[in-house]
Design a protein around this ligand. Structure first.
Ligand code: NAP
Length: 555
């Protein structure tokens, strides 16, 4: 008999079989919970399943962007490159799925449509697009922060005779760009990663740039046997270092201010960081993301790096980021992005100067000319943080939907729980370190905490957990306060909802770091889950459990 026919009552339904969902499945199953994972795609991997574009790789080092829960797994898996490619990460995920026998509890090709909280039963009723339903005590959302793609729509787009592909929904079959005229719209991490690889294949590549992006040269290299042995011999220490670093990347930020160093010292520090740290370049001095003058010194260094690579002066000028501090929008880590523009077959279309007017049968018309194309790639990003959480209709107490609750911006406690939505848990939700951290570290941190919470509830025969409104408001205030101490608010970005027209302009990730975040979670647990109501009976009848029209603290 099929899984879906026999198992309709679960302790938890997990939505999403990416890194977070797989880890949640493993950990909850290890507790003896009856768990089922709903996954919209045909296989596991989440964003790594879908982002198979040429050049896709992780910009966190492989040994850190991997699970820490199993020392045996750590010892057995052999990474081949310092920064793993998407195919290697997918192989790792497949290995984890098989090794821990996770597949049997995952329903693939199953997209969640809605969930409704049954207040009397203290449980969720979860429905799939195809009408199947499941009951579960807890609903655990592991849907990712960058999983709902965002595509512009231009006049006459449907008339284009060529192919249109989104980087985040990359087709599974190999695409041969040889002899093709390719256009890439977007110069975030995805566009910057694919540009040099496609440039080598395509007859002609046009990169349509709206905003020039900062990027650090990738210090990628093959991992030697000696390096692999060395890392594995002290893997626990490496993990400890990552857990105790603010970013989860293991780098201890330089405590010095960029402004205290002499220009010569700075040059040396930046050069070393550039050669080795990748994303960690932003931590070369502690105040790069806090102070504009300090940031300017990093910008000056990066600008000179770009200038040394790009030969043509006009092109160099256009590719140089301006108008936003380094790191305030997500920078990229690239492998030859700027070098690609020295090739004869690569062209930059500056959309600030000549915006796109329309698609035509032949390609894209900008205000100055027609770009004839066979393929257009939208590397235009995602509806970040909230897109995949708001796609299904999730109804908490009194029929309040998550979309209604978050109409002025997301409200959460620790980015993982929501008042009026009992037994609802978000991994990597808005208000957690998520995209401002090594996301694997913050993911495991949250799931370990959830396991601890569920154990506590079992021991005390409790059936319902729910964030209190007061604690939720205090947390959102704290997230905003931490953001105000940084340069993140000084520009538009997907961190603050600017990537989607009409989206509430609220800073979403927690910038206080994974170490501080873990301390706060632990304090909460140590104080009997301060900020949460934990109940032995469903609170349906209690007046204080009904949805309150609380004024959102986003201001
Ligand atoms: P993104 O950073 O949001 O970049 C989207 C790009 O598309 C931007 O350059 C944006 O320009 C442009 N764009 C959007 N709408 C446009 C329009 N209507 N017309 C012209 N240009 C438009 O998206 P992404 O590159 O897919 O990256 C998203 C995130 O995924 C990254 O920041 C990173 O967190 C993650 N990622 C990680 C890795 C990794 O190595 N781990 C690799 C790839 C992606 P504007 O800037 O002007 O809006």
């Amino acid at each position: 008999m099929a899984l879906e026919d026999v198992l309709t009552q679960f302790d938890a339904v997990i939505v999403g079989a990416g890194f977070a969902g797989l880890r949640a499945l493993y950990s909850l199953r290890a507790m003896g919970k009856r768990v089922c994972v709903l996954e919209a795609s045909a296989d596991a991997g989440g964003v790594w399943y879908h982002n198979g574009y040429p050049g896709a790789r992780c910009d966190v080092e492989s040994y850190d962007y991997s699970y820490s829960f199993s020392p045996e797994l750590e010892q057995q898996w052999r990474w081949t490159e310092r920064y793993a490619t998407q195919p290697e990460i997918l192989r790792y995920i497949a290995h984890v799925v098989e090794r821990f026998d996770l597949r049997r509890d995952i329903l693939f090709n199953t997209r969640m449509r809605s969930a409704c909280y049954d207040e009397a039963g203290a449980r969720w009723c979860i429905s799939a697009q195809d009408g199947r339903q499941w009951w579960a005590r807890a609903l655990i959302m592991c849907v990712g922060q960058l999983s709902t793609t965002k595509s512009p729509s231009y006049p006459d787009q449907d008339k284009f005779r060529g192919r249109v592909i989104h980087s985040g929904l990359w087709p599974k079959e190999p695409i041969d760009f040889s002899g093709q005229r390719v256009g890439i719209i977007g110069t975030g991490s995805s566009g910057m990663q694919m540009t040099p690889v496609i440039a080598e294949q395509a007859a002609h590549l046009t990169v349509f740039q709206r905003t020039a992006n900062y990027s650090i040269a990738s210090a990628n290299a093959p991992v030697s046997d000696e390096e692999d042995r060395r890392i594995k011999a002290s893997y626990r220490q490496r993990r400890e270092q990552a857990w105790n670093s603010p970013s989860g990347l293991g780098f201890v930020p330089n405590k010095q201010s960029a402004l205290q160093a002499t220009p010569q010292e700075r040059e040396q520090v930046y050069e070393q960081a550039w050669r080795r740290l990748g994303f960690g370049f932003a931590l070369a001095y502690h105040d790069i993301l806090l102070n504009q003058a300090a940031n300017d010194t990093a910008v000056d260094f990066i600008t000179r790096k770009i200038a040394a690579i790009v030969h043509a002066p006009v092109l160099r000028d256009k590719l140089t980021p301006r108008g936003h501090p380094f790191g305030a929008r997500r920078p990229s880590v690239d492998s030859g992005y700027f070098q690609a523009f020295n090739r004869d077959n690569v062209e930059l279309a500056d959309l600030r100067q000549w915006p796109i007017v329309a698609f035509t049968e032949q390609g894209i018309r900008t205000q100055d000319r027609l770009h004839e194309l066979d393929v257009v790639i939208f590397a235009t990003g995602f509806d970040a943080f909230t897109g995949s959480l708001l796609r299904p209709e999730i109804k908490g107490r009194g029929g309040l939907t998550l979309a209604q609750k978050w109409s002025a911006g997301p409200l959460t406690l620790f980015g993982l729980a929501v008042a009026d939505f009992p037994n609802f848990f978000i991994v990597g939700g808005p208000g957690s370190p998520s995209l401002l951290s090594n996301v694997l570290v913050s993911t495991e941190e949250q799931i370990d905490w959830l396991v601890q919470l569920l154990r506590h509830m079992d021991a005390h025969e409790q059936v319902e957990f729910e964030a209190r409104h007061s604690a939720e408001h205090a947390w959102v205030e704290h997230v905003n306060e931490r953001a105000r101490q940084t340069l993140y608010l000084s520009t538009d970005s997907y961190y603050n909802g600017a990537e989607v027209a009409g989206k509430p302009r609220v800073f979403m990730p927690y910038s206080g770091g994974v170490r501080g975040y873990r301390r706060l979670l632990q304090n909460c647990a140590a104080r009997a889950y301060e900020g949460f109501d934990l109940r032995g009976q469903p609170a349906a009848a209690c007046a204080d459990a009904r949805p309150q029209s609380a004024a959102p603290p986003h201001g």
